[in-house]
Design a protein around this ligand. Structure first.
Ligand SMILES: C[C@H](O)[C@H](O)[C@H]1CNC2=NC(N)=NC(=O)C2=N1
Length: 97
């Protein structure tokens, strides 16, 4: 997977296919809300394994049943295809998303 920053056009196309995600402060951003802390933490545990297998890791924050995620590629200084892929996998893992 290319490690270069996505162009504006590539980013726009990717956002069109990523339900619930937006750009905030130059990062791919989404907040998920779950039924409980256990469900939120289960989601984080599953996504952590995906992230580790990709060698690509989220910036995230959990309060009770909410998980806020920001994705950027530190090595590239911006959003790359890896961030889009991780966002797609997060949406797949989140219950009823
Ligand atoms: C060597 C290792 O693969 C790199 O440091 C990875 C680890 N996880 C990473 N995660 C994110 N989000 N951006 C990176 O640039 C990055 N680099």
């Amino acid at each position: 997977m290319s490690n270069s920053q996505l162009s504006e056009a590539e980013l726009k196309k990717a956002l069109g296919e990523l339900s619930g995600w937006s750009i905030e402060a130059g990062k791919l951003h989404r907040q998920y809300q779950f039924k409980s802390f256990v469900e939120a933490f289960g989601f984080m545990s599953s996504l952590a394994l995906v992230a580790e297998s990709m060698g690509h890791h989220p910036e995230w924050f959990n309060v009770y049943n909410r998980v806020t995620i920001d994705l950027t590629t530190h090595d590239a200084g911006g959003i790359t295809a890896k961030d889009v892929e991780l966002a797609r996998k997060a949406n797949q893992l989140a219950p009823s998303k």
